[in-house]
Design a protein around this ligand. Structure first.
Ligand code: ATP
Ligand code: MG
Length: 690
C-alpha cells in the first residue's frame, strides 16, 4: 500500500482491514501511473485478483478531488453487493448510492447508465470517471450493445470523462484498447492459485457424471470445504441436488445436521411470508438443504436465493447447484467449482459453452477472503472426451470480444431511434459518423479486409433500418432530416425493445374493445417479458384449458402460454403454491414476472394514448394494479391504501367485515392472523379517509 497516497491509504485501511498490501497485479497497475493519470485504462487481470479495489482507488482519487463517479455492473445482485461494500466509505463523507444525482459514487446497472446517456446530459457531463466492471459483457448478444452505445454516447457528450474498464476475460486487447484509446494493464497473478482439471467418469469407474460430482462432494465434506456446481438448466440444478442429497444424507456429521436443518426451515418459511403455502419446488429445496445441498435458479423466490447465498457464505450449505447466472463477479466461499455441463441449448440447438464462460465459472473457485487454493473440475464422459476438452477449455484461449450492434437487429434499431430522438444524429451521414465512434465502427475500420466493404454494408443496413422505422411510424423524414414520432420518442425513453413496442402498437390498432386476457397473453409474447417455465414434460393441457376458458385458443403450449395462464391465476388471487400445482410450472417467480407485466400494461397504455385509442386508460390502470398486487379489482383500494398489508390479509378483512370499514374496531381487526397494532391502525386511518 506504500505506493498509494496517504489519504487514500487511510480510507482503504479503515474500510478493508483484511487488505494489508496490494498484490502484484494491483501493484503493476498502480506503478504504471494509474492513479495519477487522466487516461482511460483497461485493467485485465485474472478473476479474484481484486479489480474492485483498483476501481475503487481510482474512484476515491476522483471523489477526493471533488469529482463524481459512476461504477457500472451487469446485474442487480452485483449492484447490491457492491453498494453494500462501498457503503463503508460513507463514514469518510463519501455518498454512495444508485443515483449519480445524489451520490459521489453511484453503482448502476448498464441499462440505467444507458438511460442517463440518452436524456440526462447535464448530469452525464458531471461524471468525471466511468468504471465499467465485467467489460467483456460488451461482446454479449443482448446486453453488449447497451454498454457499447452508452459508452460511445457518453464519450461524445462528455469527452473529458475518464473510463476504466475491468475484466478478467479479454483477448483482443489491442482492438479494445484502440477503440477506448486506453492504456492496458495485464498481469497473470491470481492471489489464490486455481487448479483446473478435466475429470471423467472412467477415471472413477462411475456410472455417470453425477456420480463423479458425488465423489467430489464426499471429498469436500472430508476437507470441510464448499463447492459450487454449474449445470445448464433449472431442472438439472434440482435433479443434481436431489441426487446428491439422497446419497449423502446418511453420512452427514452430526454437528452439521442441525445447521442444515435451520437453513432448510428458513427457506421453507419464505412462501408463507409472501402469502402462499410452500410450492413443491420449495419442499424439494428444503429437503435438499437439510442435507447441505441447495439448488439456485431464477425460478425461486428472490428471498430464497438471498438466503442460499448468505448461508453458503456462513458455511451452512455444502454445495450449491446453479445455472450459469452465478457465473460473473460473485464472491462465494467455493473452494471447488464443478462444471458438469459444457453444452447448453440455444436457438441453434445444443452448443458448446465458450471458453469465456468456462473461465468465468472456474473463476468462482478460490476467492481470497475465503480460501488459499481453488479447484475447478470440468466433467467429461469418457477419457477420450476429457483429453479433447482439456485442449479446448483448459489450454484454450478465450474468444475475441466483438461488437454485436449490427448482428442484434433490435439493438441496431434502438440505437438509431435514440440517436434521432435525442437530436444527436438526423441523417444517414450523421448516423454513420456516430457508428464510426462505436466499437463496431472501430472494428470495421481497423480491419483491412472489412474496411471498404464494411462501410458499404453499414450504409446499406442503415438505409434498410431507416425504411423499416419510417414504415412503422417510429421515425419520419422532416425538412431538417429524420425526426422521431411521438411513438419513437416513447421507445427512446423506455428500455423496451423495438419489437415489443411494435407488437403492442399493432395490438392497440387491432382491438375493437379491450380484452385483458388477450392483452396479458400478447404481453407474455414480447421479448421483454421474463417467463415462468414448465418444470417437466408433464401434461400441458391445464394451461391450454385455462387459456380456453378466457377465449384464447392456442395450439402449441410453451412457457409463454404457461406465463399467461399463471398471470391470470395471479390476478385472481391464487397463490404460488396453487399456480404450481395447477400448471406444473416454476411459480415462485410469479410476483417478479407479474411486476414486469404490470409495467408493460402501463407501456401499452401510453401507446394507446399516442395512437389515439382512447377509452381504455381506466381499465388498464386497474389491470396494471391487479398484476402488481395480485388481486381482484375490488381489493385494489385497500392494498394500495394500506402499505404493507398485502393481498392475503386484505382479502381476509373484506371477507370478515365487508368493504365498509368505518365502524370496525381496531381490536376486531387484530383478531385477523398477521395483523398487529400498527397495521390495524393503518387500516383504521385508511377507513377514515374513505
Ligand atoms: N490486496 C488484497 N489483499 C487481500 N485481499 C484482497 C486484495 N485485493 C482484493 N482483495 C479481496 O479479494 C476478493 C476478490 O476481489 P474482487 O471481487 O475485486 O475480484 P475481481 O478481480 O473483481 O474478480 P472477478 O473477475 O471474479 O470479478 C475480495 O474479497 C477483495 O476484498
Ligand atoms: Mg469483479
Amino acid at each position: 500500500m506504500y505506493t498509494v497516497k496517504p489519504e487514500l491509504r487511510m480510507i482503504v485501511e479503515d474500510c478493508y482491514p483484511h487488505i494489508r498490501e496490494l498484490n502484484p497485479a494491483q501493484r503493476s497497475a498502480i506503478e504504471s501511473g494509474y492513479l495519477e493519470s487522466d487516461e482511460n485504462y483497461i485493467i485485465a487481470i485474472p478473476t479474484a485478483s481484486g479489480k474492485t479495489l483498483l476501481g475503487l482507488l481510482a474512484a476515491l482519487k476522483t471523489i477526493l478531488d471533488g469529482g463524481r463517479v459512476v461504477y457500472t455492473v451487469p446485474l442487480i445482485s452485483i449492484q447490491n453487493e457492491k453498494i453494500k461494500e462501498f457503503k463503508k466509505l460513507e463514514k469518510h463523507g463519501i455518498k454512495v448510492g444508485k443515483d449519480p444525482k445524489t451520490s459521489d459514487l453511484a453503482v448502476m446497472v448498464f441499462e440505467s447508465f444507458d438511460t442517463l446517456t440518452r436524456f440526462s446530459w447535464n448530469l452525464l457531463r458531471e461524471v468525471d470517471l466511468l468504471i465499467v466492471d465485467e467489460f467483456h459483457m460488451i461482446g454479449e448478444y443482448s446486453r453488449g450493445p447497451v454498454i457499447e452505445s452508452a459508452v460511445t454516447r457518453a464519450r461524445q457528450l462528455n469527452p473529458s470523462m475518464r473510463i476504466v474498464a475491468l475484466s478478467a476475460t479479454l483477448s483482443n486487447m489491442d482492438e479494445i484498447a484502440g477503440w477506448l484509446d486506453a492504456r492496458v494493464v495485464e498481469h497473470d497473478y491470481r492471489p489464490v492459485p486455481l487448479h483446473r482439471e478435466v475429470l471423467d467418469t472412467e477415471m472413477f469407474g462411475a456410472r455417470d457424471k453425477n456420480q463423479v460430482v458425488l465423489k467430489i462432494l464426499e471429498k469436500s465434506i472430508e476437507e470441510e470445504s464448499q463447492t459450487l456446481a454449474f449445470v445448464s438448466t433449472r431442472r438439472f440444478t434440482e435433479s443434481l441436488a436431489s441426487y446428491l442429497a439422497e446419497n449423502i444424507r446418511g453420512r452427514i456429521p452430526e454437528d452439521m445436521k442441525e445447521r442444515f436443518r435451520t437453513v432448510a426451515e428458513s427457506l421453507l418459511e419464505v412462501p408463507g411470508a409472501a402469502g402462499s403455502r410452500p410450492t413443491s419446488t420449495c419442499m424439494k429445496l428444503a429437503e435438499c438443504a437439510a442435507s447441505g445441498i441447495a439448488f439456485h435458479h431464477a425460478g425461486l423466490f428472490n428471498r430464497q436465493r438471498e438466503i442460499i447465498e448468505d448461508e453458503f457464505r456462513k458455511g451452512n450449505i455444502l454445495m450449491i447447484t446453479a445455472t450459469p447466472s452465478l457465473m460473473y463477479g460473485v464472491n462465494l466461499p467455493s473452494r471447488t467449482v464443478v462444471i458438469r455441463d459444457y453444452t447448453r441449448w440455444t436457438g441453434r440447438g445444443q452448443q458448446r459453452i465458450p471458453v469465456f464462460d468456462y473461465e468465468q465459472m472456474s473463476g468462482r473457485a478460490g476467492r481470497p477472503q475465503y480460501d488459499d487454493a481453488g479447484y475447478s473440475y470440468l466433467i467429461a464422459k469418457s477419457h477420450a472426451e476429457a483429453l479433447e476438452l482439456e485442449e479446448y477449455y483448459v489450454n484454450g484461449e478465450v474468444e475475441r470480444t466483438s461488437s454485436r450492434v449490427l448482428e442484434n437487429r433490435d439493438a441496431f434499431y434502438r440505437l438509431i431511434i435514440v440517436q434521432v430522438a435525442s437530436g444527436l444524429s438526423r441523417n444517414p451521414d450523421e448516423l454513420i459518423e456516430f457508428f464510426k465512434g462505436t466499437f463496431y465502427g472501430y472494428q470495421l475500420m481497423e480491419n483491412p479486409y472489412m474496411n471498404s466493404f464494411g462501410m458499404d454494408n453499414l450504409q446499406y443496413e442503415l438505409e434498410g433500418a431507416l425504411d423499416f422505422l419510417v414504415k412503422n411510424r417510429i421515425l419520419y423524414p422532416g425538412p431538417d432530416g429524420f425526426a422521431a414520432t411521438e411513438f419513437g420518442m416513447l421507445i427512446a425513453n423506455s428500455n423496451y425493445s423495438v419489437e415489443t413496442a411494435i407488437k403492442l402498437n399493432q395490438l392497440a390498432s387491432e382491438m375493437d374493445e379491450l380484452n385483458i386476457y388477450r392483452l396479458i397473453y400478447e404481453i407474455t409474447r414480447t421479448p421483454d417479458m421474463p417467463l415462468i417455465s414448465f418444470k417437466a414434460t408433464k401434461s400441458r393441457d391445464p394451461v391450454r384449458e385455462r387459456l380456453m376458458d378466457h377465449g384464447l385458443f392456442v395450439m402449441d403450449i410453451g412457457n409463454e402460454e404457461a406465463t399467461a395462464a399463471a398471470l391470470i391465476e395471479w390476478i385472481n388471487e391464487r397463490t404460488e403454491h396453487e399456480i404450481e400445482n395447477a400448471f406444473n410450472v416454476y411459480a415462485a417467480s410469479t410476483r417478479r414476472v407479474a411486476y414486469e407485466a404490470s409495467r408493460l400494461v402501463k407501456f401499452f397504455g401510453r401507446i394507446c394514448e399516442i395512437m389515439g385509442v382512447y377509452g381504455y386508460s381506466g381499465q388498464l390502470e386497474v389491470l396494471s394494479a391487479r398484476l402488481y398486487y395480485g388481486v381482484g379489482e375490488d381489493l385494489i383500494p385497500l392494498v394500495v391504501g394500506v402499505r404493507g398489508l398485502g393481498r392475503r390479509r386484505a382479502r381476509k378483512i373484506i371477507e370478515t367485515f365487508g368493504d365498509d370499514l368505518r365502524y370496525v374496531r381496531k381490536e376486531d381487526l387484530k383478531r385477523i392472523d398477521g395483523i398487529g397494532e400498527k397495521l390495524a391502525e393503518a387500516v383504521k386511518r385508511y377507513a377514515e379517509r374513505c
